[in-house]
Ligand binder design. Structure first.
Ligand code: JAH
Length: 270
């Protein structure tokens, strides 16, 4: 996979040299290219922003600079080394608090793409015509990693690249762990993961739940599911409410009943 990242603070991306992503880059699984947006300015001050039309606070990133940057990166052409002919254009991702939510499902979709270009805004954001211009020629997604405002898109891109990168074939050490995460499609979909324990069996007087030491795999699976349900109701009631009742067994229903938690559409009697 090829990843291009455009930012006025390329130093933010130093973490991509280490860990999972760094190893994948060394092996050639990932071709990450970080670009300084100011390289495409023409004035002595390397200006990337201007005042917003219509007034208001802050500054807006100029469309001409972004246009030149994105055109130049696209003209570099797709990555080599993959099987088959890669796309001639990247998917463009713009992190913004006003975007669609970035979810595990979106991470999986993006992990299947050959080429992604991340455009990091600063100030009040990028002139919207940039998204309109490229949106007419390729897929452009404005994505939000959560309901809070950062100082710019850089940290959101690090989050997305890590979420996407660990899904790439050969990037994650343990191939099994990506499939049963909280939020991964499958049986435990919509459930948070329960607590985990390792040795020693007693630490500062706190014992590991006895069932986990029992070797009784059926009881362990049941206990884990109970804990997942409890935690989901406690921490993410909106996720718990969205559980399809068809995916619940009798034991699940009894537990949720004890937690006084209603599942499924509101107009449905459970
Ligand atoms: C802030 C450009 N969803 C998290 C997120 C993503 C991007 C930004 N803020 C929060 C942001 C200022 C300028 C992007």
């Amino acid at each position: 996979m090829r990843l291009d990242i455009v930012s006025i603070f390329p130093e933010y991306f130093a973490p991509l040299d280490v860990s999972l992503i760094g190893k994948a880059r060394e092996r050639g699984t990932l071709d990450v290219r970080i670009h300084q947006l100011r390289d495409w300015t023409h004035d002595v001050h390397k200006t990337v922003d201007d005042t917003p039309y219509g007034g208001g606070p802050g500054m807006v990133m100029k469309p001409e600079v972004w246009g030149e940057a994105i055109d130049a990166i696209i003209a570099e052409g797709p990555a080599v080394g993959g099987v088959g002919a890669p796309a001639a254009t990247p998917r463009i991702i713009v992190p913004t608090p006003s975007g669609r939510p970035f979810t595990q499902e979106i991470a999986q979709e993006l992990a299947a793409e050959p080429w992604l270009l991340f455009a990091c805004g600063r100030y009040e954001g990028i002139d919207s015509r940039v998204m309109r211009e490229y949106g007419a020629r390729m897929r452009v997604d404005e994505l939000s990693i959560g309901d809070y405002v950062l100082a710019g898109g850089e940290v959101a891109v690090l989050v997305m690249v890590e979420a996407i990168g660990r899904l790439l074939p050969g990037v994650l050490g343990n191939v099994h762990s990506a499939v049963d995460d909280s939020f991964a499609p499958g049986a435990m979909r919509n459930l948070l993961e329960g607590p985990v324990y390792t040795k020693p069996p007693v630490w500062r007087g706190h014992e590991v739940p006895e069932v986990l030491l029992s070797g009784h795999h059926g009881k362990i699976a049941r206990w884990r599911r109970d804990e997942a349900l409890r935690r989901t109701v406690a921490n993410r009631p909106e996720l718990a409410a969205a559980i399809d009742p068809e995916t619940l067994d009798k034991h699940d229903r009894k537990l949720l009943d004890e937690l006084a938690f209603r599942v499924g559409p509101e107009d449905m009697a459970n």
